[in-house]
Design a binder for this molecule. Sequence first.
Ligand SMILES: Nc1nc2c(ncn2[C@@H]2O[C@H](COP(=O)(O)OP(=O)(O)OP(=O)(O)O)[C@@H](O)[C@H]2O)c(=O)[nH]1
Length: 342
Amino acid sequence: MLSPEMPCDEVLRQQILDDNELVDTPADAYLDTLVRVVREVFGVKTVLISLIDHDRQWFKSRIGLEITETPRTISFCAHAILGTQPFIVEDTHNDLRFHDNPVVINNPQIRFYAGQPLLSEEGQPLGTLCMIDPEPRQLTAKQLRLFVDMAVLVEGYLKLRHVSAQTAKLREALSREQRKTMLDPLTQLWNRAGLNHFLLKQEQQADELGLHLGVLFCDLDHFKRINDQYGHAAGDQVLWETARRINAAVRPQDIVTRSGGEEFVVLLQVHDEQELLHIAERIRNTLSKEPIELDEQQLSLTISIGAALRTPSETPNEAMNRADQALYQAKGNGRNRVELAS
Ligand SMILES: Nc1nc2c(ncn2[C@@H]2O[C@H](COP(=O)(O)OP(=O)(O)OP(=O)(O)O)[C@@H](O)[C@H]2O)c(=O)[nH]1
């Protein structure tokens, strides 16, 4: 196996990657949509947006792969960032650089790889958009152009994101080490520690903007049956897809967290109950309208939601408790429904 070389200006590259505040950040609905589209268009098993960090590659977005990172020494993308053109390995078994790589011999048993470097504004490669398949493949010239175009879209999005006010706000609020401890590895959403952190922030910001803190407690219905019937790994895939769908149903400024198990808490700033209920219905709908596709089967799922709008006299935690109670009611009243806390 040939381990990747270090780019000649690695120190600068790493610094720019750090400045971009991309590594160890929560899932992004737009990038998740894009990797899904690429997978559909090319019919490959896995599509990743991989960032090459000090000694690992970390996946900012992924579909068709369960892990969140691998060591840099075995990373195909770490090879891809050494050039500017697409890096293609049509069949790893015929390639001396990769045939005995652990990710070729073991899961995900890569046979085909295509990676296009993603450059920062300064022209430094941060990582790649890449496609992986367990079967050997060739891309036509037209497909190759399309793949590069997709990478241009990712690159453009990352550049815009870098300058967005939201990133600046996040940077002020949390160091990278703090962020790392607040992410749920399965869904790449904020975990319970993240929820606690953002609860007060969202409340303060809502006050400043003359809005109200809204809380949604969302809990998959009869999730235990999925685990029992299809196994824990299928359950994990369902949780991952649920996270994607909730994230896509809310607005960029809303905070989506996985507070534990199959429960997701969303923190929002809203004008009134109507607005809160409207978003809650969107989340409920996004789960029930289409089955979740696993490798072997399609699963129809629903979600119950408890909603609470913080009143001026209560603490954010009290609003959370009321949302939790409302969720309990939603379950009791037949599930697949939204209940507003009294
Ligand atoms: N696959 C997987 N399962 C999990 C995870 N965390 C919790 N669970 C499972 O989630 C299930 C939750 O089950 P219950 O609390 O009984 O709820 P439910 O079956 O969804 O039923 P209702 O909420 O009443 O509709 C349990 O079987 C847990 O083992 C996880 O990270 N992965």
